[in-house]
Design a protein around this ligand. Structure first.
Ligand SMILES: [Zn+2]
Ligand SMILES: [Zn+2]
Length: 90
């Protein structure tokens, strides 16, 4: 079962289980769509593909709750700083 981690590993954005913005790799490294796009949908941890995390139906969440464990990369993601700067510029 997917962990459904609650945040982006790069920018710590909240990624609730119902969001369509969560992107994961096969190891469930979890990123927001903005970070995934900036990394060309390649996981910076394992080099694998990042794909959209499927939505778990709301009625299944009670018995199968999402992970509450926030995972953050030890090292900051370079792409994120670039993306953040670009966002601020607009
Ligand atoms: Zn992010
Ligand atoms: Zn990964």
């Amino acid at each position: 079962m997917l962990e459904l981690r609650p945040n982006c590993e790069c920018c710590d954005a909240d990624l609730p289980p119902e969001t369509r913005e969560a992107m994961i790799c096969t190891f469930e490294c979890t990123f927001c769509q903005d970070c995934a796009q900036a990394m060309a949908f390649t996981c910076p941890n394992c080099g694998g593909e990042l794909v959209r995390r499927p939505i778990r139906p709301a009625q299944k969440l009670t018995a199968n709750p999402p992970s509450g464990r926030r995972v953050l990369r030890a090292e900051p993601c370079d792409h994120f700083k670039i993306a953040a700067a670009a966002t601020r510029a607009t």
